[in-house]
Design a protein around this ligand. Structure first.
Ligand code: FAD
Length: 325
């Protein structure tokens, strides 16, 4: 493992100044970043420990309703929070399907949302893959059973976070802190497919941090579910996941939001499917049409065509579970 300088600051302004230096990265739980450094797939000169930023480690209620969750809250703290379990069960479900208790005790919200893809070519230093600055996406013509079927471009990796689709289904917003100031955007806008001039999955600029996530007050009668297909029942990333949130009013669906994980380089919201469901009764026919529409743009690779029926099936199961009884 290469040597690096390690430092910490106790307030946000000082931390942002440190992060503005070249070849400097912040880390929180370190469950993703430290592994990358040990494997030599990432190089830094200086690591900034974010754990001193106590103000980013709280969950607080907003006056107008809703919750603010600091980016340094651990997944376990969030998943165990009584209000999150009661009001935002889709998030608690996603958290308890994430990794292992040990990782949930160390891993933080900010780190989970900004973690790097698990693509085996990206994670192996022998492969100078495109996302790491190389010329080739080795997954495009290589071994690709876990890779993208939607939103494919220069990179075939999938976004690994379970929390991101769940939070997107809840309409979460994220606050980004940087030296010029802070901005708050819908979480789904944090993610953009990598491009030749931006070889990463978020729009975060160097030196910027996620400081908080804001969950709007849930509307009365809204219900959600998070389902995740895995190769084994625990400690596995999603082959496909679905987060669905609907509100049924007068037997018809409103406020439909569906986001998929494990299928695209970024968490994938399926607006076409949402439009089909909006204002309709949740019948078997409508559910089938929505699931078909959600996957209509799928372009599987050699080894991952199985993800198309898997995703359709998971969407149908999620919506059927949300049907009023
Ligand atoms: C064996 C294993 C299994 C796993 N399984 C799953 C799973 O099933 N589902 C899932 O969702 N995840 C899974 N993970 C990922 C795990 O959830 C993340 O590693 C963890 O949440 C990252 O949090 P952290 O605080 O440790 O991040 P760190 O390792 O500290 O940081 C990760 C990245 O995020 C950046 N970062 C950290 N905090 C911030 C911030 N506030 N603002 C901006 N950037 C920031 C860092 O610079 C770094 O690039 C797994 C990880 C492992 C090792």
């Amino acid at each position: 493992m290469q040597n690096y300088e390690h430092c910490r600051a106790s307030d946000l302004a000082a931390t942002l100044s440190l992060l503005a230096e070249p070849k400097t990265e912040g880390y929180a739980g370190g469950t993703d970043l430290l592994g990358e450094l040990k494997r030599g797939i990432r190089k830094v000169q200086r690591l900034v420990n974010l754990q001193g930023l106590k103000e980013l480690g709280r969950i607080s209620a907003e006056d107008e309703g809703g919750l603010r969750i600091g980016a340094l809250c651990t997944l376990e703290e969030i998943g165990q929070h009584p209000e999150i379990r009661n009001q935002y069960p889709v998030l608690a479900q996603a958290i308890f399907l994430t990794a292992t208790p040990q990782l949930r005790n160390m891993g933080t919200l900010g780190g989970n949302l900004c973690q790097h893809p698990r693509c085996w070519y990206f994670r192996n230093r022998q492969f100078p893959c495109w996302l790491k600055g190389g010329k080739t996406c080795f997954a495009a013509n290589g071994e690709n059973p876990y890779h993208a079927i939607l939103g494919r471009g220069v990179c075939q990796a999938v976004h690994p976070s379970d929390l991101a689709p769940a939070l997107i289904s809840l309409g979460a917003r994220v606050r980004i802190a940087g030296i010029p100031g802070t901005r708050e955007i819908p979480l789904e806008e944090l993610y953009q497919k990598p491009e030749p001039d931006r070889r990463r999955m978020t729009i975060l600029r160097p030196g910027e941090l996620l400081s908080e996530v804001f969950l709007p007050r849930p509307s009365n009668g809204a219900r959600g579910i998070y389902l995740k297909a895995m190769e084994r029942k625990a400690w596995a990333f999603a082959l496909v996941s679905v987060a669905a949130r609907i509100k049924i009013n007068d037997e018809r669906q409103q406020e439909v939001r569906i986001a998929l994980g494990g299928v695209a380089p970024i968490p994938w919201r399926v607006k076409g499917a949402e439009d089909i469901l909006q204002g309709q009764r949740l019948t078997g026919d409508i559910i089938d049409r929505a699931a078909k529409e959600a996957l209509s743009g799928a372009r599987p690779l050699r080894d991952n065509a199985y993800k198309v029926p898997l995703a359709k099936g998971l969407i149908k199961k999620a919506l059927a579970t949300l049907q009023p009884r």
